[in-house]
Each structure stands twice: as structure tokens, then as C-alpha cells.
Design a protein. Structure first.
Length: 93
């Protein structure tokens, strides 16, 4: 969990740092995919506040499963960064 979170945070920071250099036009399909990721992230955060389990279990997950908000949101950020990377490769071809 900590490795995935670290990769997601570092990747997003690097993405924000290089954002001013990349002025790619976002395609319609990419906007739909971004909307899907944002709505999934919103559902995960709603579950954080609605669920009646212990807050630490909601945040980090149960025991060795690590299926909490931190890990799932890190996976969403990694998915977002991977889609941006693929988009930048396709635009360079």
C-alpha cells in the first residue's frame, strides 16, 4: 500500500510539474475516461463517510487486504497518469 501510494503521489507531482509544458488537446474519449475516474473517486470518498466500520479500516483497509480509500484512490491516480502517458505517446506518433 505504501509503495503504491508513493508512486501515485510522485507521479502526480511530476505530472503537475510538466503540465505547463504539455498543451495537448484532450480528446472526447479521454474526457469520458476522466469523468469515469472522477466519479469512481467520488464514490470511494462517499463510502468513506457513509460506511459504519472503523475509520482506520475505511481509510487503509482490513488487515492485509489494503482495500481502503488510500489504496483505491492511489490506483485511480496511477490509472489517470497511465492514460495521460498513452495519450502523449499517441500524439507524438
Amino acid at each position: 500500500m505504501s509503495l503504491v501510494t508513493t508512486i501515485a503521489i510522485l507521479g502526480y507531482v511530476l505530472h503537475l510539474r510538466n503540465l505547463k509544458y504539455e498543451r495537448n488537446k484532450i480528446e472526447k474519449d479521454q474526457r469520458y475516461f476522466d469523468f469515469l475516474l472522477i466519479s469512481l473517486l467520488i464514490l470511494i470518498f462517499v463510502n468513506l463517510f457513509v460506511n459504519n466500520d472503523a475509520f482506520s479500516e475505511r481509510l487503509f483497509g482490513i488487515g492485509s487486504r489494503n482495500t481502503g480509500v488510500v489504496t483505491l484512490s492511489s490506483f485511480i491516480v496511477i490509472c489517470f497518469l497511465a492514460s495521460r502517458y498513452v495519450l502523449s505517446i499517441e500524439s507524438n506518433l
